[in-house]
Design a protein around this ligand. Structure first.
Ligand SMILES: Cc1cc2nc3c(=O)[nH]c(=O)nc-3n(C[C@H](O)[C@H](O)[C@H](O)COP(=O)(O)O)c2cc1C
Length: 287
């Protein structure tokens, strides 16, 4: 395959959440797509994933019902996150669920003394999740190469949703649906979504502190910018007509190669929870 073709597939891979209704995809195509997942790299080559393909319309409806519940739980209990309605799943030609099997973590490095647990237990989890992520990514690329489109839903792996999916699809509940990939023919534009400029993300021969994104910048993205960065069909925020309004003082930080002109780094902060006020925070606090 030529470099240009490969780059094209990379860029065509998009999260599309609107599909043409009434279309189907042949099993041979679905097999080729799943085979892309099978060829993903995995830690210790354990291949800690299985691929459940749902192409039977009745079952697809039942899977959609599970995701409608999942989406409602997000609205009710994870307020502020810009989730979209999952009714679009009705128009998928197939849904692939990537199930992760945690038993295989035993094959990754294990601490042999208490003192090294912090070093290796976390590392073990990282290897497991990255392996599954690689499989999901390969599948999405395979979908794009077939001229179809998909989304990458992490929703499905939460305990309540996973229980419902495992009962519906028959896999053990201790396995987890880490990725759900609805597949279909795009009914919406496939323009690219926002990406940081390359000059900002690429560091030559060491981390460049002027490209560091400050705690306040992360806060701003979470509290205010996130829905636009997620759902607008523009690769660059510079193309936004309302960029001055939406980005304000953060315009240079998001559009140029210098997000942190002073070049000073900050000490670690607790980012386990959102911290500032903004649109997302207001939505979260609303009763
Ligand atoms: C780990 C991971 C989890 C994601 N979870 C969801 C999800 O639950 N629902 C969804 O609609 N999109 C989900 N996405 C898709 C992202 O929102 C999307 O990749 C991002 O906004 C960039 O858009 P693009 O994929 O069209 O370039 C997820 C992506 C990744 C990598």
């Amino acid at each position: 395959m030529s470099e240009a073709l490969f780059q094209d597939v990379i860029r065509k891979r998009r999260s599309v959440r609107k599909f043409e209704p009434g279309r189907s995809v042949e099993r041979d195509v679905l097999k080729r797509i799943v085979d892309c997942g099978r060829w993903a790299p995995s830690g210790a080559n354990v291949q800690c994933f299985d691929f459940i393909v749902i192409d039977e319309p009745g079952l697809r409806e039942r899977v959609m019902d599970v995701f409608l519940g999942q989406a409602q739980r997000l609205v009710d209990h994870a307020r502020g996150f810009p989730a979209v309605k999952k009714t679009y799943l009705a128009n998928t030609a197939a849904i692939i669920i990537v199930v992760g099997d945690p038993r295989w973590k035993v094959c990754f490095p294990q601490p042999t003394s208490k003192g090294w647990e912090a070093e290796y237990l976390d590392n073990n989890e990282v290897i497991f999740l990255n392996s599954i992520g690689a499989a999901i990514q390969n599948i999405q690329l395979g979908v794009a190469a077939e001229g179809l489109t998909s989304a990458w839903l992490s929703g499905g792996g939460e305990p309540v949703t996973n229980k419902e999916l495992s009962e519906l699809l028959g896999y053990p509940q201790w396995m987890r649906a880490y990725g759900t990939i609805p597949i279909g023919y795009p009914a919406a534009t496939q323009n690219r979504r926002y990406r940081r400029p390359l000059v900002q993300a690429l560091h030559w021969n060491g981390y460049q502190p002027t490209q560091y994104r400050s705690h306040a910048q992360v806060d701003f993205y979470e509290s205010t910018l996130r829905p636009f960065a997620m759902y607008r069909d523009e690769e660059s925020m510079e193309s936004w007509d309302d960029r001055a309004e939406k980005l304000g003082e953060w315009e240079a930080a998001f559009t140029t190669g210098t997000s942190n002109p002073p070049g000073e780094l900050e000490p670690e902060a607790d980012f386990s929870k959102p911290r500032t006020t903004g649109q997302a925070t207001k939505r979260r606090l609303k009763d």
